[in-house]
Write a protein that binds this ligand. Structure first.
Ligand code: GLU
Length: 315
């Protein structure tokens, strides 16, 4: 449910947070944890919480998934502020950012295919893909056309303080190399879209799953080059199944049943290190949320990249 964008009594230090699901399938428990963490962290500071549907990747977007996610969030009585942003409607903004980077000399066209990169890559990077060897950095090879556009990796290490995981540092050049912003299929890359949109929505506090921890230095670098504000970051542990795999569509994570209500939210909050009193576990949703907002503390969230669920989910 959307609440009025202008709520009286906003605190000046209020965080503006967001939840930005990719509509590749219905909401599962892993994404619920990110929704709960970002929601409570924003609301506990009397801040706003925004929604963004990250449907930029046409191939991965599942028909009906965005609406199903929104219905589930509404069914669990999450209240978001303002309009929902759809990345599929934001291509002009991404194009403008890309031309700004081109004018700065930060990006270059690249002709390499995946196979060519794999054959020359010095190593496998943090994403599990080959580190780009820089083949097209000084110009396209003779007679070849551009397939994609790449961002020059910074010369310096990127360092940031994650509110959950502590100080993080990454040498982007060694970890991924020059990275793609405009893909060979003509789509803008997630890394670009996320920074342009966080800035456009006024997001100053990102709380999300630790699968994106390794992407954050690239995003900070992009923000710096685009002269956009850099939000604070908090990366929550990922929920993994008994086999140690991250819950996702690929591992056939179950869709959430919003009619379960508070017991499900309590399970998400307990995963995030909070002890939920027994009487609240079955409380009506408004009562549950009131308690959770008043009792949220990000310092309780375990500083781990992933964790298995210690108990079974409510049926
Ligand atoms: N759309 C991404 C996902 O669903 C999240 C992006 C973000 O929070 O920055 O995994």
């Amino acid at each position: 449910m959307s609440r009025n964008a202008e709520s009286p009594g906003r605190h000046p230090a209020a965080r503006c947070g967001r939840f930005a699901p990719s509509p590749t399938g219905p909401l599962h428990f892993g994404s619920l944890v990110a929704a709960v963490g970002s929601y409570l962290d924003a609301r506990a500071s009397a801040g706003n919480w925004l929604l963004r549907i990250e449907d930029i990747d046409r191939q991965r977007t599942a028909p009906g998934a965005a609406d199903a996610i929104l219905r589930t969030l509404a069914g669990l009585a999450f209240e978001w502020d303002g309009e929902i942003l759809y990345q599929s409607r934001r291509r002009d903004a991404y194009r403008a950012a890309l031309s700004q980077l081109r004018d700065n000399g930060d990006i270059y066209p690249c002709a390499c295919s995946r196979r060519e990169i794999a054959a020359r890559a010095p190593a496998v990077g943090v994403d599990g893909a080959p580190v780009y060897p820089g083949t097209c950095r000084s110009g396209l090879p003779h007679g070849r056309d551009a397939r994609s556009w790449r961002m020059l990796a910074p010369d310096e290490e990127i360092v940031f303080d994650d509110r959950v995981q502590g100080t993080q540092r990454q040498d982007v050049a060694a970890a991924v190399g020059d990275f793609v912003l405009l893909r060979a299929d003509g789509e803008f890359a997630y890394q670009l879209a996320v920074m342009v949109d966080d800035a456009a929505q006024g997001v100053n506090s990102v709380v999300r799953g630790a699968d994106l921890l390794d992407s954050t230095p690239r995003q900070i670098w992009l923000a710096r080059r685009l002269r956009l504000p850099v939000p604070t970051y908090a990366h929550l542990p990922l929920v993994s199944n008994a086999a140690g795999e991250k819950l996702s569509k690929q591992t056939r994570a179950q869709a959430i049943d919003a009619t379960i209500g508070s017991p499900l939210l309590a399970a998400a909050l307990e995963f995030l290190g909070h002890v939920v009193p027994a009487d609240l576990r079955h409380a009506p949703l408004p009562e549950f949320w009131r308690w959770a907002i008043a009792n949220w503390s990000i310092t309780r969230v375990p500083a781990r990249r992933s964790a298995t669920l210690g108990h079974r989910l409510p049926p």
